[in-house]
Design a protein around this ligand. Structure first.
Ligand code: AGP
Length: 606
């Protein structure tokens, strides 16, 4: 939920950290701050409520010199949004930045008698105070003793006044990656920001202490023994971390979808059929399970709903899709014959990570579908398939979602084949249709101004309803979330057949209703449901397969005809259309599309 950065090397730390915090800002943007260790050894802090641009202005007025520093962008969990609650926090000789939640911070305040000394309402300052309590010259001992007292999640960047030039890092669940660059060493919450400085990084193992210095990084386990880092290479083009000339990352990421879907599926197709050997996925994983359960949150969970429809219709296997945050509390029935699929763009969503651990404790085989290489959920799973969406910066997930769908199509096709439901011919036909998706989506993207025009009619809506059946309903759940999270318009997706069982009471004159019709088997029923809302004055915005015929008697406010694919693939072009609809509503409302209020890109708190 927060972004953390650290740099120590030959260059001035202030500018490097301010630039890095701008990239990390998508992780949290309530307040920001940096601490820099000056040439005299003193640590100076600059921090404020507001965006990184406000911090930059503060530094322009009163900058900090030095080649070693730590920085932070905050999404508030404990304590309101204020200068005093912004990170870094200094206590005694210790300066700390923190991402995570210290659950027992109140008991620590009492245990160490901190009430009178604390200047903020944050759990992070308490952690700094405990570190200071244990610090008497040996940083490793102080860190070891402190982490043993903490309950909860943390990623710390730590500086000590009397150890100039060094940054210490330690984590539990919340992520930290560390890179070596030509100008020094860096740590960060995720690799998105490191890619522009270095291709080589490692994920800091939990409960290990890293010491970053200008000439390199040392890694120690909790017993103090040196450990060799497991170096990784940044797997995507750094340029994808920039806006590429678009006004917002979200538009760029929507437009990148045809390309990144190709990059996700093509390397996994051999002889015109899905082949997951390169990902280390044995066919036995797909043939031996008796049920599948997806655990995920938000958009990733919506991808799971599409996966469920695919798996059950194609593979005839029972599939549940569980909200990760509910999974452990609903006595979910998983066992050794269950394949649990954890879907997560960031690979760090703690609800999903904890659900995955619960599934493993109950004997399930686990497969992660993740976008960030080496992320916690990938490392925790038995198997992993990486989506090749590249860095997704906008808080609203778009290309990560459609590349998750692409992976689920590959899995469903392969599973149908290994279970004897598809022969080679059927599988090749299925795969051939999947390979058409990027081009079909491109035709929707090329007509985005039509969708922009439709969006203009929704700017002042108070409530928007979205109705569809089957796969159309699944994709509308995602379309509704997109609209809510970036335009702040209340929206509800409803199975269109269910509307008349209560909610239709809310449909009044000119209520916008977005309807999607792409599934032949329910086409006529969906048109009937549309007439039900039209007869109550709703303003219907219809997205339908181009081959369908409109009822000429009906009054259509907006119709967008979608290029046709096999029904089970239509969610892909529809996704692009609904993403654009939400984007343009937010854009024309003048909102910060990439950083919606109250949200953060990665939710590492439960
Ligand atoms: C969707 O637009 C949101 N960004 C949010 O629902 C997100 O999908 C959810 O928090 C899960 O994140 P993850 O895919 O990184 O686990």
């Amino acid at each position: 939920m927060c972004g953390i950065i650290g740099y120590t090397g030959k260059k001035e730390a202030e500018e490097i950290m301010l630039d890095a915090l701008e990239v990390l800002e998508y992780r949290g943007y309530d307040s920001a701050g940096i601490a820099v260790c000056g040439p005299d050894g003193g640590v100076r802090i600059r921090k404020c409520a507001g965006r990184v641009k406000d911090l930059r202005s503060l530094c322009e007025r009163d900058g900090v010199e030095g080649a070693c520093g730590i920085g932070h962008t905050r999404w508030a969990t404990h304590g309101g949004v204020s200068d005093g609650n912004a990170h870094p926090h200094k206590f005694g000789k210790v300066t700390v930045i923190h991402n995570g939640i210290i659950e027992n911070y109140k008991s620590l305040i009492g245990k160490y008698g901190l009430e009178a000394e604390l200047r903020s309402q944050t759990d992070s300052e308490v952690a700094a105070a405990v570190l200071s309590h244990f610090y008497s010259g040996d940083p490793y001992a102080a860190i070891r003793k402190t982490v043993l007292k903490l309950k909860g999640t943390f990623a710390f960047g730590i500086m000590f006044d009397d150890i100039p030039g060094a940054i210490f890092a330690v984590r539990n669940v919340s992520p930290i990656v560390i890179a070596k660059t030509e100008e020094g060493s860096m740590m960060a919450s995720d690799v998105t920001v490191l890619g522009q400085y270095s291709k080589d990084y490692f994920v800091l193992p939990e409960f290990h202490v890293a010491v970053l210095r200008a000439d390199g990084t040392e890694l120690y386990d909790m017993s103090g023994d040196a450990v060799e880092p497991e170096w990784l290479t940044v797997s995507w083009d750094v340029n994808r971390s920039s806006k590429g000339g678009y006004p917002f990352y979200m538009e760029k990421e929507i437009m990148e979808q045809p390309e990144v879907i190709r990059e996700t599926i093509e390397p996994r197709i051999r002889d015109d059929m899905p082949d997951l050997e390169g990902d280390g996925i044995p066919d036995s994983l797909l043939s031996d399970c008796s049920q599948i359960c997806v655990v995920a949150c938000g958009t990733a969970m919506h991808a799971g709903l599409v996966g469920k429809a695919l798996m059950q219709s194609l593979v005839k296997i029972h599939m549940d899709v569980e909200l990760a945050s509910e999974f452990m509390y609903t006595d979910s029935l998983v066992d050794g014959k269950t394949l649990v699929i954890a879907i997560s763009q960031s690979g760090e969503t703690i609800d999903t990570l904890e659900a995955l651990k619960y599934a493993k404790r109950n004997g399930a085989k686990t497969l992660a579908v993740v976008n960030v290489k080496g992320a916690s959920i990938a490392r925790e799973s038995d198997y992993v398939i990486y989506t090749n969406a590249g860095p997704e910066i906008a808080v609203a997930s778009t290309k990560a979602y459609t590349t998750q769908l692409a992976v689920l199509y590959l899995l469903a096709g392969r599973m149908a084949y290994v279970r004897g439901i598809f022969g080679e011919k059927e599988l090749k036909e299925f795969t051939s249709e999947l390979r058409k998706a990027p081009a079909v989506m491109q035709t929707v993207l090329d007509r985005r101004e039509e969708i922009h025009y439709i969006a203009r009619g929704m700017l002042n809506a108070k409530d928007v309803f979205m109705i569809g059946r089957g796969l159309d309903y699944s994709i509308l759940l995602e379309g509704s979330l997109k609209l809510k999270e970036i335009s702040y318009i209340h929206s509800e997706a409803y199975a269109s057949g269910e509307l008349k069982h209560g909610t239709i009471a809310l449909i009044t004159e000119d209520t916008p209703v977005v309807a999607v019709i792409t599934q032949d088997k329910v086409q006529s029923k969906e048109f009937s449901n549309i007439k039900e809302v039209q007869s109550r004055g709703a303003e219907v915005i219809l997205f339908m397969k181009e081959s369908y015929r409109l009822d000429q008697d009906a009054v259509w406010d907006s119709v967008f005809k979608l290029p046709a694919m096999r029904d089970e693939f239509m969610v892909l072009p529809v996704s692009a259309a609904l993403q654009l609809l939400a984007y343009y509503v937010s854009l024309d409302k003048g909102l910060d599309v990439d950083k919606p209020r109250n949200l953060a890109k990665v939710v590492t708190v439960e």
